[in-house]
Design a protein around this ligand. Structure first.
Ligand code: IFM
Length: 449
């Protein structure tokens, strides 16, 4: 029996995104996204793969919904592929593309599963990238049009919406480090791109609200406490700088405080002129906050590193996941309590949390991934700790429902509750999936294994 129950009506979900699972990239009028084009460049993806076939979810979604039912999920977070709906990025709607999401939503509802769509999860139509991508103010305009079209079609059946997923990750990996498309390595672009991502969120939210006044809308932020790698004063200052980039550059404007002065200062002359009207739009209240949490950030001072002059330095004694990410569940509790105390966030859903491990092969119809079950157990315990401290957490979604295309790592990193054999497309519920089903059934923590 579960010891501590979660709140009643708790959202128990699992998350995915379009490019990572759908496949069918050339079907029914879909155009290229920036990931299709990026994957064609030799050396960009660790295993030379792409999302061309991925989990073939575009064709196998009924089977995947049946698995969600078997797990007892009451919510499913997925993303809509912008290039399926608007192949040019704006203008003519591709009916077949929109029809796919219509069918998906209907089947989810028929299975008693709440659809939680995200409008933008990294897969910008390539034609919009050719017009300047997120460096251009045309993107927030196009995003508002896209949000209008999707919410008109699906708004009668969907209550909770997410606009943009992880603006910091998209901006940092795509424009500062160049390991995501568009592959730029130019820190000077980070402020404008980040601002356009927040503005895209704001204008998309306005469009959805116009069409569905009762909608509950949010953005999904990748948040993490930033700790100093030592107790030297200079490392403490480094952690404050990095916290500005990872957390406050996004939370402050969304919660009406404008961009943090220290972050503006870090970029110096590269910080763009920003209109008050943009800041007002970005500060328009969200109804809940989507939090993606994976690992804590530890940094030390590094005078030659760009902008924040920090470098990551996780303590060597922290255990790590299969992708080398430090595991520290208490950092999730800290993230959630900080949102409550510093920003007064009234409702949070953990929209992503999970880990990749080197899973063993299928034996007797399952995959023995006790490490993942333990990871999820300990992070759910951290959520309970936050709830006990008065934070309102309304739900939790595991990343991910299925093993899938993990961006620049290709198919090497497996995050799923459900294993996927990419040759046969056979799905296998892992031990972690079976354990998660028990947690959902009990609406409370049960021991893993
Ligand atoms: O796979 C990604 C997802 O697309 C966004 N959040 C982090 C996940 C794991 O890296």
């Amino acid at each position: 029996m579960a010891s501590t129950p979660f709140p009643s009506d708790f959202i128990w979900g699992a998350s995915t995104s379009a490019y990572q699972i759908e496949g069918a990239v050339r079907e029914d009028g879909r155009s290229d996204s920036i990931w299709d084009t990026f994957c064609r460049v030799p050396g960009r993806i660790a295993d030379g793969s792409s999302g061309r076939f991925a989990c073939d979810h575009y064709h196998r979604y009924p089977e995947d919904i049946a698995i969600m039912r078997e797990l007892g999920l009451n919510a499913y977070r997925f993303s809509i592929a912008w290039p399926r709906v608007l192949p040019k990025g704006w203008g003519t709607v591709n009916k077949a593309g929109l029809d796919f999401y219509d069918r998906l939503v209907d089947e989810l509802l028929a299975a008693g599963i709440q659809p939680l769509p995200t409008l933008f999860h990294f897969d910008l139509p390539s034609r919009l990238e050719n017009k300047g991508g997120f460096l251009s103010r045309d993107i927030p305009k196009a995003m508002a049009e896209y949000a209008d079209i999707v919410s008109r079609r699906l708004g009668d059946r969907i209550e909770r919406w997410m606009t943009v997923n992880e603006p910091w990750i998209f901006t940092y990996l795509g424009y500062a480090l160049g390991i995501f498309p568009p592959g730029h390595q130019n820190w000077a672009e980070v402020p404008l791109v980040g601002h356009h991502m927040l503005l895209s969120h704001a204008w998309a939210m306005q469009a959805i609200r116009t069409n569905i006044p009762d909608a509950k809308i949010t953005i999904g932020l990748p948040l993490s406490p930033v700790y100093p790698g030592s107790d030297h004063e200079r490392d403490l200052e480094a952690s404050i700088r990095q916290d500005g980039l990872v957390n406050r550059m996004w939370l402050d404007p969304l919660y009406g405080r404008g961009y943090p002065a220290e972050v503006v200062e870090l970029f110096g002359d590269d910080w763009p002129e920003i209109d008050q009207a943009d800041l007002d739009a970005i500060a328009s209240p969200v109804d809940w906050l989507g939090v993606n949490y994976y690992f804590p950030t530890y940094v030390v001072d590094d005078p030659v590193a760009p902008v924040s002059m920090t470098r990551e330095a996780p303590p060597s004694n922290l255990p790590v996941t299969g992708t080398g990410w430090p595991m520290q569940p208490s950092a999730l509790t800290e993230t959630l309590t900080r949102l409550h105390t510093e920003y007064g966030v009234a409702s949070i859903v953990v929209t992503e949390n999970g880990a990749a491990f080197d899973d063993p092969p299928v034996v007797n119809g399952t995959i023995d991934d006790q490490q993942r079950a333990r990871f999820l157990h300990d992070h759910l315990e951290a959520v309970l700790d936050a709830i006990e401290q008065g934070v309102r957490v309304d739900g939790y979604c595991v990343w991910s429902l299925l093993d899938n295309f993990e961006w620049a790592s290709g198919y090497n990193a497996r995050f799923g509750l459900v294993g996927v054999d990419y040759e046969t497309q056979e799905r296998t519920i892992k031990q972690s999936g079976r354990w998660y089903a028990k947690v959902i059934e009990e609406n409370g923590l049960v021991p893993p294994g």
